[in-house]
Design a protein around this ligand. Structure first.
Ligand SMILES: Nc1ncnc2c1ncn2[C@@H]1O[C@H](COP(=O)(O)OP(=O)(O)OP(=O)(O)O)[C@@H](O)[C@H]1O
Ligand SMILES: [Mg+2]
Length: 367
C-alpha cells in the first residue's frame, strides 16, 4: 500500500496529511470544494455522490478511506465491485451510516444500548413517549452530525416533519453521569489496538472538550470500555479507526450511543497525548501494517474545540503557554463551525484543562 485515497476534504482528511508524510505514504483527497480543509492534498475536487467521479478518483489508489460517513452505500459497493480496497468496507460502514441499522445490529449482538424503538407513525411516538417518561430523544437515521438530526421531544406532534421523511429512531432520555468515547483500531489481518477511554463533554450536542484518560477513582471503567470497543470492532469487522460513543449512567453502566468508523473528534487528543495518534493509526490500519503503541505520553491530555473563527492574529499570545498545541483547520469562519482545537498536556488534570480552555478561549470569536 502506497497511495491512499480519502473521500472528503474536511479536517479529518487534513489531519491525516502529516502522518501520511511521516509514514512515506501518498495521500490523495477527493474534496468537496477547492477551499476544503484538506485542500493541500486535494488532488480531485468533485461530488462524492457521483459514481463516475468517485470511480475516477479511486482508479490509481491502493486503498480508499473516508473523512465522513455520508458517501452513499451503493457507491461504496460499486467501488468494491470494481476491485478497489475500501476500508472500512461497505458492510461495516453501513452500520455507522444508519442509526437504526446500528441499533438493530448491536442489539442482536447483545451490546448494551439505551431503550430504543423505531417510529413510522405519530401513534408509535406516543406509545414510546408513554413508556419512557414523556420525554424522549428522536434521531434522523442518516445524515446527522454535530447534534444535527437529534432532538428531545415531549409530544408526537413535534416529530411530524421528521416522519414525513421516513422512519425515525427513538431513544429513552438517558440519565447519564457523563459521556465517554472508546477509540479502537483494527486492521484487516485482525490485530486491534485500544486507547484509554476518554471523557467527552458536549455543548448543544457538539463535542466541546475531551480528557485523556477519562478520570476514574479506580474501578473497571477503563477495562470495560476497552473490551466493549474492541468487541464491537471485531463483531462488525471494522478496518481503520472506530469510535464508540458511550454514556456512563448514574448507576455505573456503559451504554453505546453511536459509532463512527473513521478518526473522530474525541481522538484529536491522541495527537499530543499518545505515542500513536488516531490519524497515524488509521493509516497503519487501512494499509494493514502493524499498529502503533496507544500508550499515553503524559498523565493527562485535554482537548478543547474552537468554534466560529480562528483569528491567526492572536497566535502571538500562544508563546506564553507551555505544553499547549494549536490546530487550525484552515476553514472559513461560520457561527458554530468547528474551525480548530487546542490540546494541553500535563501532570495535573485540573491545571491541564484550565490551560487548554484558556488558549481556546483566546481564539473564541463570536461571528
Ligand atoms: N438517548 C439519549 N439520551 C440523552 N442524551 C442523548 C441521547 N442521545 C444523544 N444524546 C445527546 O446528544 C448528543 C448528540 O447525539 P448523537 O451523538 O446521537 O448525534 P450526532 O449528531 O450524530 O453526533 P456527532 O456530533 O457525534 O456526530 C450526544 O452526545 C448526547 O449528549
Ligand atoms: Mg455523537
Amino acid at each position: 500500500m502506497r497511495v491512499i485515497g480519502v473521500i472528503g476534504g474536511g479536517q479529518l482528511a487534513r489531519m491525516m496529511i502529516g502522518p501520511a508524510i511521516e509514514l512515506g505514504l501518498e495521500l490523495r483527497v477527493l474534496a468537496e470544494t477547492s477551499d476544503s480543509s484538506a485542500r493541500d492534498r486535494a488532488t480531485s475536487v468533485g461530488d462524492f455522490r457521483d459514481l463516475e467521479t468517485v470511480l475516477a478518483f479511486a482508479r490509481d489508489v491502493d486503498v480508499i478511506t473516508f473523512d465522513h460517513e455520508h458517501v452513499p452505500t451503493e457507491i461504496i459497493v460499486a467501488l468494491e465491485e470494481a476491485g478497489v480496497a475500501v476500508r472500512p468496507s461497505s458492510a461495516a460502514l453501513a452500520v455507522a451510516q444508519d442509526k437504526i441499522v446500528m441499533r438493530r445490529l448491536l442489539d442482536e449482538l447483545g451490546h448494551p444500548l439505551p431503550v430504543w424503538g423505531v417510529a413510522e407513525t405519530m401513534a408509535d411516538v406516543t406509545r414510546f413517549l408513554d413508556a419512557n417518561g414523556g420525554r424522549i430523544v428522536v434521531k434522523a437515521p442518516r445524515g446527522g452530525y454535530d447534534g444535527k438530526g437529534v432532538a428531545v421531544v415531549t409530544g408526537a406532534d413535534q416529530v411530524t416533519t421528521w416522519l414525513n421523511q421516513g422512519p425515525v429512531l427513538m431513544e429513552e432520555m438517558v440519565d447519564f453521569s457523563r459521556e465517554l468515547a472508546q477509540l479502537v483500531a483494527r486492521r484487516p489481518s485482525g490485530e486491534t489496538a485500544v486507547w484509554p477511554v476518554v471523557e467527552t463533554t458536549q455543548a448543544n450536542g457538539v463535542c466541546a472538550e475531551v480528557i485523556l484518560p477519562a478520570p476514574t477513582d479506580g474501578g473497571r471503567i477503563l477495562a470495560d470500555a476497552a473490551e466493549l470497543g474492541r468487541q464491537i470492532a471485531i463483531d462488525l469487522g471494522v478496518t481503520g479507526v472506530l469510535a464508540v460513543e458511550l454514556f456512563e449512567t448514574t448507576d455505573g453502566r456503559l451504554l453505546v450511543n453511536e459509532l463512527a468508523m473513521r478518526p473522530h473528534n474525541s481522538g484529536h487528543v491522541t495527537i499530543e497525548g499518545s505515542v500513536t495518534s488516531q490519524f497515524e493509526q488509521h493509516l497503519r490500519a487501512i494499509c494493514d501494517v502493524p499498529l502503533g503503541s496507544t500508550v499515553s505520553r503524559h498523565p493527562w491530555a485535554v482537548m478543547v474545540n474552537v468554534f466560529g473563527a480562528m483569528d491567526t492574529g492572536r497566535y502571538s499570545r500562544l508563546t506564553q503557554s507551555s505544553d499547549v498545541k494549536l490546530h487550525n483547520y484552515g476553514k472559513e469562519p461560520r457561527s458554530g463551525r468547528k474551525v480548530g482545537h487546542v490540546t494541553a498536556t500535563g501532570t495535573d488534570v485540573v491545571d491541564t484543562a484550565s490551560r487548554a480552555r484558556a488558549v481556546a478561549e483566546n481564539f473564541r470569536t463570536d461571528i
